[in-house]
Design a protein around this ligand. Structure first.
Ligand code: NAG
Ligand code: NAG
Ligand code: NAG
Length: 404
């Protein structure tokens, strides 16, 4: 409806000579062109645009002009809210078929990315009692074509149009974190503005490293300061990525223990590296409007806080801890409540900053049932604190980004 009425208004304004854009595909293309993005650098872009447009057409959803309409339904207690869930559309799986090592190559030790679609996701949510999922892409996200600026920017736009399409078909069930074409900072700022203001993203999904640059990189300062000054609270969800070293000017996967895929141990190290980098660079100190969601209750990060800060940045210790207790939020994804979370809570992290995450489809429904039960059995949370973790704490984080 919105698109139609917008076009009608435009047609009236411009007289009968005005020709309406033929399709959703054209609307997406023309916005990309406006933002200096050439989608045609990706030879699969046309097919993906048809798939995205079909996401709207199959549900009679309009490709609306503005994303700031906050169409999310009121969520009451008892509904589980998942902040760590992945979309893996077939078209994206076709370019990143493997996970665990280099996701775009079967370098040995990688696993096939599981098949995913919105229907299966919805069935999964029903099985777990989840009523809302915030969808984000896992690594490599938009960084499939390393060092190829144009392709990275175009892929980020396709990912974000696809995520917006899923969210708009069922806004009470889905929202999304936008992919950013970092390390290309100027393009990332354009994409940030577009996804926040026109597509209605609730935040951004950054990787622990983008082409080997950790998030505290000085090169990223313009991105952070732009985001922090956009007004209101900004939400950054960070996902671990494959670690890289540059050798002879090419990227080499930095997994010195290759018999175990990088998503097992290295992903935890990645979370530790990038949040330590964000701390030591003082990015988290300077960006006072920005809140961070840490995956897997922080991975190996909590274990490193005293070790690194007490020895190398003692002057930042107290102020950093204060930020970890206020603007850091910790998602439960995977088996984190058997023992791991004890180490995090020992830093007096408020239980009100604990969130729920599933890592679906990389963690399936059966495993998620076991991990959910481990939260329910966790002795250091009261029944009320467990309810809040599953169904309430997210409200304090997202605030008016969701429509309560
Ligand atoms: C959706 O994904 C599920 C789970 O992998 C699969 O069983 C089903 O065939 C898929 N449906 C379509 C239409 O691809
Ligand atoms: C880097 O390049 C040099 C010169 O081509 C070669 O001798 C060397 O083996 C390369 N190193 C690695 C680690 O690939
Ligand atoms: C943060 O602010 C400090 C002090 O003004 C400055 O030294 C540092 O470079 C800044 N770092 C970032 C990442 O903004």
């Amino acid at each position: 409806m919105l698109l139609k009425s917008f076009l009608c208004a435009l047609a009236v304004a411009q007289g009968v000579a005005y020709a309406a854009p033929a399709s959703i595909e054209d609307a997406i293309r023309s916005r990309a062109t406006r933002d200096g993005i050439d989608l045609s650098v990706l030879d699969f872009a046309s097919q993906v645009l048809t798939i995205i447009a079909d996401t709207y057409r199959q549900t009679n959803t309009d490709y609306s002009q503005q994303g700031d309409e906050k169409p999310y339904a009121h969520r009451g207690p008892g509904n589980i809210f998942d902040v760590h869930a992945h979309a893996e559309p077939d078209w994206y799986r076709a370019i990143t078929p493997f996970t665990g090592m280099n996701p775009s190559l079967d370098t040995g030790g990688g696993h096939l990315v599981p098949q995913w679609n919105l229907t299966a996701h919805s069935d999964f949510m029903n099985a777990l009692g989840i009523t809302h999922s915030v969808l984000g892409f896992t690594g490599p996200s938009a960084n499939v074509f390393m060092r190829d600026r144009a392709s990275t920017i175009a892929l980020a736009r396709l990912i974000n149009e696809q995520l917006a399409a899923y969210s708009r078909t069922q806004p009470d069930k889905y929202s999304f974190f936008a992919a950013m074409p970092l390390p290309f900072v100027d393009a990332a700022i354009t994409e940030l503005e577009y996804t926040a203001n026109e597509l209605g993203a609730v935040g951004v999904a950054l990787l622990s490293n983008h082409e080997g640059k950790y998030l505290g990189s000085r090169d990223f300062i313009p991105f952070w300061s732009h985001m922090d000054n956009m007004g209101g609270r900004r939400i950054v969800y960070v996902h671990p990525n494959t670690p890289y070293l540059t050798v002879n000017d090419t990227f080499v996967i930095a997994n010195p223990y290759p018999s175990m895929d990088t998503s097992r141990m290295e992903f935890y190290m990645e979370t530790a590296r990038t949040f330590m980098d964000l701390t030591v660079s003082q990015t988290v100190q300077n960006c006072t409007n920005t809140h961070f969601i840490l995956p897997h209750t922080g991975g190996a990060f909590p274990a490193m806080i005293d070790r690194v800060l007490k020895t190398t940045a003692a002057n930042l210790y107290e102020s950093s801890l204060e930020i970890y207790r206020t603007r850091f939020w910790w998602d439960s994804a995977s088996p984190t409540y058997f023992h791991q979370v004890d180490g995090l809570l020992a830093y007096d992290i408020p239980k009100a900053n604990l969130l729920y995450g599933t890592d679906y489809p990389f963690v399936d429904a059966d495993a998620n049932q076991v991990y959910l039960q481990s939260i329910m059995d966790y002795p250091r949370l009261s029944d009320e604190e467990k309810d809040d973790l599953l169904s309430n704490n997210y409200k304090t984080l997202f605030g008016d980004k969701l429509n309560f």
